[in-house]
Design a protein around this ligand. Structure first.
Ligand SMILES: [Zn+2]
Length: 395
């Protein structure tokens, strides 16, 4: 009898272990995972940035009848292409991937930016796809929270409004955005916001109104790249009579309004930045720069040091810098597109080596202790490139 109980306990433990393995399914950054029938697509990431595309799908299977509930069925054309182009541009800068969740079903079959009854209209297959879409987003959020403690979620859409500007949704209506900074900075309006977590803790200690339309707000960063946006410093709120999307179900559920550590912003893109391929590619490249800049300014000042490939903090033309091998033992080689000053700092920030170098150098560093060092290359005190290197004598 006793043996039987032990056997049962071992069996239960084994079952728990298998369950653990199932839950801990590793998602490899850059790899695409699909839900049932490829309706929902998740490209796993390793940056604290999540992008979803709920309305860009074109797949219209007969097993799901056209939706008869809800009011909107218009596709946000080219937003799936745009999200993938933004991902590629982010990869080109960082060598890392954002998390991307895409609904490939046409909006007439599933609206992935509505609550379940309105999204799926009671169809079991649409219902399953809706759950997969939000489960992938929850997985991405949990991954970002575990790795970085906080992060940013973008729900990417397209609008057909006449004014060619980005409409950024923070769950504040046009009427509310027209209120004074002082009003928006009260607890009542902070509690409405989809970036509540960021308002309560951000690098520059900015107030809610600054994050909505100050000099480093998302809208102002976009405008500086040539893409007008509302709200922003020059376009503080939509005027009476102007159409404007303030954010929907996804921004509320996956942003930080109610709970969690991931802030959410809905980006509604105008047609001029979507329909033409050349224009869209340019917008995608600049959106990648803007989103990374936003993360660095407000969340992670040291983000570039965690990038997945060797990249310069600033680049001049096509300048290239290469430090190798990394890790190194006694000798570090440097390839430089121009003569620079090299400085090497230890983990405590103390300068341990500096020299003026040419375009190809080998530097004897056998005297350094094993450990992590920061190398900067620059001219006249201006840093052009920096990188972490590891000294190890057990290679
Ligand atoms: Zn949409």
């Amino acid at each position: 009898m006793k043996q039987k109980i032990i056997f049962r306990e071992i069996f239960l433990l084994l079952l728990l272990f298998i369950q653990c393995l199932t839950y801990a399914q590793p998602f490899v950054p850059g790899t695409t995972y699909f839900g049932r029938n490829n309706y929902i697509e998740y490209i796993a990431g390793n940056l604290p940035l999540i992008i979803s595309v709920p309305h860009g799908g074109a797949v219209a299977p007969s097993e799901i009848p056209d939706r008869t509930c809800g009011d909107e069925t218009v596709t946000d054309s080219y937003t799936t292409n745009l999200a993938k182009e933004i991902r590629d541009a982010i990869y080109n800068i960082t060598g890392c991937y954002p998390h991307i969740v895409i609904n490939n079903l046409k909006r007439t079959k599933l609206d992935a930016n509505r609550d379940l009854p309105e999204a799926a209209c009671g169809n079991e297959f649409a219902d399953k796809a809706w759950n997969e879409f939000h489960n992938f987003l929850d997985t991405a959020s949990a991954n970002v929270t575990k790795k970085s403690g906080k992060g940013l979620y973008i729900d990417l859409h397209g609008h057909g409004h006449a004014i060619q500007r980005l409409e950024l949704g923070y769950l504040l209506t046009a009427t509310q955005l027209a209120y004074s900074d002082a009003v928006l900075n009260t607890a009542a309006y902070i509690n409405f916001s989809s970036i509540k977590k960021l308002i309560n803790s951000n690098v520059l200690n900015l107030a809610h109104s600054d994050l909505l339309r100050g000099n480093t707000s998302l809208g102002t960063l976009f405008a500086a790249k040539g893409f007008p946006a509302v709200p922003s410093a020059d376009d503080r709120y939509p005027l009476t009579g102007q159409t404007y999307f303030s954010g929907g179900y996804n921004t509320e559920r996956h942003g930080s309004k109610t709970l969690g550590t991931i802030d959410g912003i809905q980006i509604e893109c105008n047609q001029d930045v979507r329909f033409n391929e050349v224009a869209r590619q340019d917008f995608a490249t600049k959106t990648a720069q803007v989103l990374l800049d936003y993360l660095i300014k407000h969340y992670f000042p040291k983000l570039p040091e965690t990038y997945c490939k060797i990249v310069g903090v600033e680049q001049i033309g096509m300048s290239e810098f290469l430090l190798f091998p990394n890790p190194f033992d006694k000798v570090l080689s440097v390839k430089n597109s121009m003569p620079t000053d090299i400085c090497i700092y230890n983990f405590q920030g103390k300068l341990v080596y500096s020299e003026r170098i040419g375009t190809e150098e080998t530097i004897e560093l056998g005297f350094l202790k094993n450990g992590v060092y920061l190398v900067t290359l620059g001219n006249n005190g201006k840093i052009l490139y920096r990188q972490k290197i590891i000294k190890s004598s057990v290679l």
